[in-house]
Unconditional design. Structure first.
Length: 153
């Protein structure tokens, strides 16, 4: 019994030490390059299943409000403001997809209506409760990117 307790404590200490070094990249420190944002924001692989949930959630990504997605044809209210995302993984690589989700304005133009989901530059007249906060967490971004990478033709 004592051996298992010792192993459990050692595992807990190891996980705490690892998490202390694996902090999310703060929004202001995300590095955009010619290939988009090639470095993970979390150091943890994205979960495409959770990314799909964030993608369609009206309270998180709400991506369907602007983008059609054949894979989610059973969901209501697909938008047409942005391009359909079927085959998006064939058009953009992971770094570019991450950059678009982090802050589309840094990739396209300031005129794009797509918000920066991991940016503090949210525009004018942001409600006080949302000031200084991102729309999605760094891991949510990684998960959405992992989901988008599954959308191939």
């Amino acid at each position: 019994m004592r051996r298992w307790t010792t192993l459990a404590v050692a595992a807990s200490v190891s996980m705490l030490a690892t998490s202390a070094f694996a902090a999310d990249v703060p929004p202001k420190e995300v590095a955009f390059g010619d290939d988009g944002v090639t470095a993970s924001l979390t150091g943890t692989p994205g979960d495409p299943k959770h990314g799909a949930e964030v993608f369609k959630s009206r309270k998180l990504g709400n991506c369907l409000a602007c983008h059609a997605n054949e894979e989610m044809s059973g969901e209501l209210f697909h938008g047409t403001v942005g391009p359909a995302l079927d085959g998006v993984a064939d058009r953009y690589d992971e770094g570019y997809l991450r950059a678009i989700v982090v802050n589309a304005k840094a990739i396209f133009t300031e005129e794009t209506v797509m918000p920066g989901f991991y940016s503090l530059d949210l525009g004018a007249d942001v409600a006080e409760e949302f000031q200084g906060k991102t729309i999605l967490s760094a891991q949510d971004v990684e998960d959405v990117v992992a989901y988008l990478e599954t959308l191939k033709e």
